[in-house]
Ligand binder design. Structure first.
Ligand code: EPZ
Length: 420
């Protein structure tokens, strides 16, 4: 199994190109199920999760074809021949649940394996199911599967989400696009990935207003059509490299990154003594002096992203003073803490909060983590550690970071992938 070795202590300098967002690409691929015509996506990142979603669409009979050599342009199309999303694929990737709304809206039936809990929490999908029921779907759970059907078309409904769930907002938005009548989704998630999905659906002929606000209004149409859509840049990839520069010191240009999508992280980095600024073509991150402890609490967008919590904690591990980091989105997203402590960090978790007491230096160690962002936080920590850090279970990183080691190495990091 591949591992990544990092020898810490090198400041970073140079430019990193930010790819299309994984968490935008996954629902956009599922949106390809909403029409018989072709949906073409550009700026597609090359990631294991994209391959998994492609495999799932193939199970449904829908082909995802590359339109360029690098696989950055994908064209999705074909008739749906099977409405079952099998356990074998859903267990690998929870985002598979995003085919539920489109299949139900298009074909009137779907059978999707229930995603189980995962390393970061129990992660139920009750809000997805309740919303679809409000739109007229009959849903039963049987043998570990969600069975959903509707007679005729889904109907518009007034849905109020008790929590601004990203996935539930996406599933309901896609379903509502083809429903009969008007749907409102109140307390909708406002993440840039939702706005990106709404923009793509609008290009396909959907009638949606309010994207990026708490209330989405969708006037259902009978059919959607072909469109081409560029995927929004990945704010979490950009934020991760900003943390890399913060901990290693130096200066990076994050080419293609959207400054407006990084506001909460920018404020936290500013408190910590790191400068994030908008420049032509992207975002610049620079640290010249020492790091200071800064508190953060994760919240739905536009709050501080849970997907940046682990990387920011790695930075705080070597900051002067203390930082309190509170996780409000997932109940078990501190798996990186024991591994960071093995590298010499001083972090105590109490309930949903972690107190990080900055240490002068971390020391390299063999480490591993059980999810994507926890794994990358160990790479970030390794950039500032003395000696070698070996990050095991690199397949987690490959789910969400394209060419991580090459991008960091091109900016001066001493990092390599050990294969086999
Ligand atoms: C999306 O997950 C992202 N995944 C996650 O990215 C991200 O951490 C999360 O949003 C929060 O920003 C994709 O976009 C593919 P939620 P999602 O529904 O949609 C609870 C990464 O590292 N909840 O907003 O699953 C749930 O248990 C990841 O790239 C319910 O209780 O997130 C969680 O505690 C991992 N019932 C909270 O809401 C539901 O029906 C937030 O979940 C749905 C959610």
């Amino acid at each position: 199994m591949d591992r990544i070795r990092i020898r810490g202590g090198k400041p970073l300098a140079g430019e990193i190109r930010i790819g299309g967002a994984k968490n935008a690409a996954l629902p956009l691929l599922a949106a390809g199920l909403l029409t018989n015509e072709r949906l073409t996506l550009t700026n597609v990142p090359q990631l294991a999760d994209i391959a998994t979603m492609t495999d799932l669409l193939a199970v449904h009979g829908v082909a995802v074809e590359p339109r360029d050599e690098a696989g950055r342009v994908l064209s999705i199309g074909g008739a749906i021949t099977n409405t079952t999303a099998p356990y074998d694929i859903v267990r690998k990737m929870r985002a598979s649940i995003l085919v539920l709304g489109p299949l139900l809206a298009r074909i009137g039936e779907a059978r999707v394996s229930l995603p189980g809990g995962c390393a970061i929490g129990t992660r139920p999908v009750d809000l997805h199911l309740k919303g679809l029921e409000q739109m007229g779907a009959r849903i039963t759970l049987d043998g570990g599967y969600i069975n959903a059907e509707v007679t005729g078309r889904l109907r518009g409904g007034a849905i109020i989400l008790p929590f601004a769930s990203v996935g539930a907002t996406e599933n309901l938005l896609m379903a509502a696009a083809l429903a009969q009548g008007t749907t409102t989704i109140d307390n909708a998630a406002r993440e840039p990935e939702i706005t990106d999905l709404a923009e793509c659906l609008i290009a396909m002929g959907a009638r949606i207003t309010g994207a990026g606000s708490h209330r989405l209004t969708i006037e259902g149409v009978e059919a959607l059509h072909a469109a081409t859509h560029p995927i929004v840049p990945d704010r979490i990839e950009a934020g991760t490299y900003a943390c890399a520069a913060a901990i290693a010191g130096g200066e990076l240009l994050l080419r293609g990154a959207r400054f407006d999508h990084l506001a909460a992280l920018g404020r936290a980095l500013d408190d910590a003594g790191v400068e994030l600024s908008e420049v032509e073509g992207g975002v610049r991150v620079r640290r010249q002096n020492g790091l200071r402890g800064a508190d953060v609490m994760t919240e739905p967008y536009p709050g501080f992203p849970t997907d940046m919590q682990a990387q920011f904690m790695a930075v705080m591990a070597v900051a002067e003073g203390a930082a309190m980091i509170t996780e409000t989105i997932f109940e078990n997203r501190f798996m990186h803490v024991p591994e960071l402590n093995r590298m010499g960090a001083r972090i105590n978790v109490h309930g949903a909060s972690a107190i990080v007491r900055g240490v002068y230096a971390l020391s390299g160690a063999p480490v591993m983590a059980t999810d994507l962002r926890a794994s990358v936080s160990l790479v970030v920590a390794g950039l500032a550690a003395r000696g070698d850090t070996i990050v095991n279970r690199v397949y987690h990183l490959d789910r969400g970071y394209e060419a991580l080691e090459a991008k960091l190495a091109s900016c001066g990091a001493d990092i390599e992938r050990l294969t086999g």
